[in-house]
Design a protein around this ligand. Structure first.
Ligand code: ATP
Length: 568
């Protein structure tokens, strides 16, 4: 397919903010998209493979600038200058290509196959000469691109497509293109997306127009799926209202999500970000092979750290380095041991169990897993319809250094990637939010050379919109905290998009948890809110950007704090 057509689609989609219009535009496009062009579905979301695939494009702004410079013959310095004034590298390349194209007519027609072919070579490049090879592959595309094509190519390269298409829009567009859009087909498409986790596969089947075939899409061992997420409840009464009575009440462990796949002797471990972390946790592979019955299965769990001497549970931050660290694994394994707390079964011996009620899944889990404390256990759980009993269990969880409890509907199915109300979390009223860093200021004196004060933002109403809510400079460099000025500066520098004096604008990517004393209404920040005395508590590499607190969550937190003042 000509890349021109895709670029035009991007243009059309970004020309409207109305969801229904986007669905219509996309639906038309999809009905013409041929089977051979199914991988265009990845490009639609700015990717080259399905989301779970580790092979990402990963081109920095600096590298993109070099490629733009090479393709246009304009000095990198000049490109950078344009970028600082326009603020969007996509726009910059559009402008510079426009100027260039007036003098030289481009000869090649750019196709989506060629774009995918070159972009897919990028992640595999290693060793000497990598940078030049990357620039070469990108320049080849840019020189045959029109100015609009260049704009979207560059945005794709740097991971900032800005067309405002969510998965739900794609789902509705498929439903409309292939099945006369209705609730039933939407639901079946969504379930197929949840299980396949791959839009090209779902598109391929949907295009045939047979819902029955879509219903047959199943989970696959070794292919990560998104974890089901929880809503919040502020009281047991509210919790029971949401999930029904009786319900399961489980410890809410303070660790990180681990989804475990097994087939024969093969084990795969994935995080909530769909990253494969099998190599980092060899002991978990052992536990799975030894202590869980079954030829093939997928389990959902939380890995929790504990102190190797006192055996007390530790908090998430204490073990977070185990997720990332790729060396000294056996040393780390001894220093920072973990216990796997399993709470669900999503697939068992060749069949998906997603559509079974939770009660049945948890029974199966307890049948196939033999508890080995400090290695692997089924999560602590009671089934109750009584608020007092639930509260007693909740206090026990807190005494055990855990975060609180989860309340789960006994009859609910498992919905990958959804935050539906059949699982709610109950935690003590604490003042903390997950936010993203969007700006920073260089320090002075002792802190000169380091970024030392950080602007935090929450999610706005539109996808990709981030609104400032506070500034933080404390909580850093304290005992047992891996957040230091050095580490943050190192992490954030490649993400700087603009600098003015001491201030830097930062591409929203780094998610952090912060505590604060109070939320206030404020005209000083564009969110309309301000945090009083915010402090960093943790980096959240396990949390995707789309799950940071949004305006709704901030205003809920504000209302909760008011309610608590009133009632003591
Ligand atoms: P928080 O910041 O409160 O941990 P979150 O936004 O990271 O929440 P939520 O989906 O809101 O994630 O809370 C549920 C998380 O709690 C799950 O992602 C999982 O990692 C963890 N968890 C701990 N214990 C359990 C359990 N028994 N059942 C389900 N999830 C659990």
């Amino acid at each position: 397919m000509q890349y021109k057509k895709l670029a035009q689609l991007y243009e059309d989609l970004s020309s409207t903010t109305k969801r229904l219009e986007k669905i219509e535009i996309l639906s038309k496009f999809l009905s013409y998209l041929s089977k051979e062009d199914r991988d265009v579905m990845y490009l639609l979301e700015g990717m080259i493979y399905p989301e779970y695939d580790d092979r990402k494009i990963g081109i920095s702004n600096q590298l993109a600038i070099k490629a733009i410079s090479k393709a246009t013959g304009i000095e990198p310095k000049q490109v950078t200058k344009e970028w600082k004034s326009i603020g969007d590298l996509g726009e910059v390349s559009k402008k510079l290509m426009q100027n260039k194209k007036q003098s030289t007519l481009h000869s090649h027609v750019l196709t989506t196959e060629k774009v995918l072919e070159n972009l897919r070579k990028l992640p595999g490049l290693e060793g000497k000469g990598t940078v030049d090879k990357k620039i070469g592959l990108i320049t080849e595309l840019l020189t045959s691109a029109s100015s609009i094509e260049a704009q979207y190519l560059v945005r794709t390269l740097i991971g900032d497509l800005r067309i405002g298409v969510q998965e739900s829009t794609i789902r509705e567009a498929m439903s409309s293109a292939f099945f006369d859009r209705n609730g039933k087909s939407s639901e079946i498409i969504q379930k197929a997306i949840d299980k396949a986790n791959d839009l090209a596969i779902v598109f391929d089947i949907a295009k045939k127009g047979k819902l029955k075939e879509l219903e047959k899409v199943s989970l696959e061992i070794g292919k990560p799926i998104k974890a089901m997420l929880a809503q919040k409840a502020t009281s047991f009464k509210e919790g029971f209202e949401k999930v029904g009575k009786p319900c399961a009440v489980e410890y809410k462990y303070d660790g990180f999500r681990m989804i475990i796949h097994k087939r024969g002797k093969e084990v795969f471990l994935f995080t909530r970000m769909l990253e494969n972390v099998t190599k980092q946790f060899p002991e978990v592979v052992e536990y799975i092979l030894e202590y869980v019955k079954g030829n093939s299965f997928i389990l959902d769990s939380e890995a929790v750290g504990f102190n190797k001497k006192t055996k007390e549970y530790t908090d998430f931050q204490a073990i977070s380095q185990r997720i990332r660290r790729k060396y000294d694994i056996s040393k780390l394994q001894k220093e920072l041991p973990i216990e796997v707390n399993v709470f669900d079964v999503l697939y068992y011996n060749g069949k998906s169990t997603l559509d079974e009620p939770f009660e049945k899944r948890t029974k199966l889990l307890r049948k196939i897993l033999k508890d080995h404390p400090y290695k692997i256990i089924a999560s602590k759980m009671i089934i109750t319809d009584d608020e007092k009993e639930a509260d007693k269990f909740y206090k026990k969880a807190l005494d055990d250094n855990q975060e609180g409890v989860m309340m789960k509907s006994l009859s609910a199915d498992y919905r990958p990637g959804r935050r539906v109300g059949n699982m709610v979390k109950m935690k003590p009223e604490e003042r903390d939010l997950d936010l993203v860093i969007t700006g920073a200021e260089y320090g002075t004196g002792k802190r000169s050379g380091w970024l030392s004060s950080f602007i935090l933002s929450c999610g706005g109403e539109k996808k990709g919109e981030y609104l400032e809510i506070g500034k933080v400079g404390t909580g850093i460099a304290e005992k047992d905290n891996e957040i230091t000025f050095e580490s943050l500066t190192e992490l954030l520098t490649p993400l700087i998009t603009k600098e003015k004096g001491k201030n830097a604008e930062i591409k929203p990517k780094i998610v952090v948890s912060v505590t604060y004393q109070e939320i206030q209404r404020s005209p000083n920040y564009n969110s309309g809110w301000a945090l009083r005395f915010p402090r960093f508590t943790a980096l959240r590499p396990d949390k995707p950007l789309k799950e940071i607190a949004d305006l709704k969550e901030v205003s809920e937190a504000f209302n909760n704090q008011k309610r608590n003042w009133r009632f003591g």
